[in-house]
Design a binder for this molecule. Structure first.
Ligand code: CTP
Length: 397
């Protein structure tokens, strides 16, 4: 969320200026207040009327108001803003910013800006790759400006170049991440999350798996990222889209054994772990080298127990680390969950019962009971996103 954040949006003369409308809409949807400053070239691509209608504020472009001759104060804008974002930012504006050429209102605003500045470059890929542009960006980065990397356009990707302005959705994610890193409650923490199912191979084409979709684990990862934590996500096979964040480090695994190795080697560098994965408890004795044929009356599988990842991490845990587990139960839920809390040395266990409608696998909602050694708290049925918030706020208060 960008609730209450005051953002100066600088728009320059690039065809990508049309994307500024989507960017404004998304920023406002996140709760931000947006003030547009546009260069004369920017106005050739998009009209101030469109922009002021979206932001509900007059657009700033000239040093003086044409109508009454009053002066637009770039100094006031510099003090008002929580962040300035220049999107799209042309090669020319990058150059002027790097060298202090204050020949328009946008550059004077930049030079007076007390808040952090982010730029989303947009230009032809040869211009982007040019040493002058690269040098200017480097200069700006050294002065603390954040560059939002352009995406690879559809042609650009084949030419191994890039220059097309990053998509507004991703720019907003980067702005949110920027604030989360600076102000988030969990900034500086590193949190391990296991998520999704595991697949235990039977032969080259078959496996034993489970219905876990990874939704709850990804919702937890999202919440930790929104609060500014670094997330080590150890993820079993999962078709969901992952959050776009440089705070997210994902290790893709398939089997319980792979998940065990990844999670136990990552945990020592983390301050907390959340074991949300639905890990197979048994794995085939051997994986057949060739596809198992349909022969005989019966097929007997021999299975061996897998390592209990949560229990292993519970044993590794130091007094400065915390561990939260999950328990999905079909019967005697409370007593099983409490037993797991103790046996695996967890600080908290989140119990959900398959008997509750709307809870468990493959749905977007969950109904959980949070159990700690001292307390039992049942939460109402709500979205997995809201459940994740409640869990994180209680687990790491
Ligand atoms: N867990 C794990 N590694 C395993 C099995 C479970 O890390 N090999 C974790 C899960 O991620 C969850 C917790 O342990 O946080 C409880 O998982 P669950 O399957 O409910 O418990 P089990 O210990 O497997 O007990 P049972 O299957 O007998 O209910």
């Amino acid at each position: 969320m960008l609730k209450g954040k005051k953002i100066v949006l600088g728009i320059t003369g690039s065809i990508a200026a049309y994307k500024a409308c989507t960017l404004i809409r998304l920023l406002i949807k996140q709760g931000a207040e947006v003030q547009v400053v546009i260069t004369p070239a920017g106005k050739e691509f998009i009209t101030p009327i469109t922009l002021s209608a979206l932001t509900h504020k007059p657009v700033v472009s000239e040093f003086f108001n044409q109508r009454d001759g009053s002066w637009h104060s770039h100094v006031d804008l510099g003090l008002w803003a929580d962040a300035m974002i220049i999107a799209p930012c042309t090669a020319s504006t990058l150059g002027k910013m790097a060298h202090g050429i204050a020949d328009n209102m946008l550059i004077t605003t930049y030079l007076s800006m007390k808040a952090p500045v982010l730029v989303a470059p947009a230009m032809d890929l040869d211009m982007y790759a040019h040493a002058s542009t690269q040098d200017n960006m480097q200069l700006l980065q050294q002065r603390g400006v954040t560059i939002i990397e352009p995406g690879s356009g559809f042609l650009a990707s084949t030419l191994e170049g890039k220059g097309r302005m990053q998509e507004p959705e991703i720019i907003v994610e980067e702005i949110k991440e920027f604030f989360a890193r600076r102000e988030g409650r969990l900034r500086g923490q590193r949190i391990l999350i296991t998520a999704g199912p595991t697949y235990e191979k039977l032969d080259p084409v078959r496996f034993i798996g489970n219905y876990s979709s990874g939704k709850m684990g990804i919702a937890l990862a999202n919440e930790c990222l929104a609060q500014g934590a670094d997330v080590e996500l150890v993820l079993g096979p999962c078709a969901l889209e992952l959050p776009h964040s440089t705070l997210l480090h994902t290790t893709h695994v398939e089997s319980a054994a792979e998940m065990y190795h990844a999670a136990t080697s990552l945990f020592p560098a983390c301050s907390a772990g959340i074991m949300c994965a639905a890990v197979a408890d048994f794995t085939p004795d051997t994986c057949a080298e060739e596809k198992i044929k349909r022969e005989g009356e019966q097929l007997v599988l021999h299975l061996n127990p897998t390592q209990d990842i949560a229990a292993a991490i519970g044993n590794m845990k130091t007094i400065n680390q915390k561990l939260c587990g999950f328990a999905l139960e079909t019967h005697d839920a409370m007593s099983h969950a409490k037993e797991k809390l103790q046996r695996k040395h967890l600080d908290m266990i989140v119990m959900n019962s398959l008997q509750d409608a709307g809870a468990g696998f493959r749905v977007n909602t969950n109904k959980v009971t949070i159990i700690t050694p001292d307390e039992v708290e049942s939460l109402p049925l709500q979205s997995k996103t809201d459940v994740a918030k409640e869990i994180i706020n209680r687990f790491i208060p």
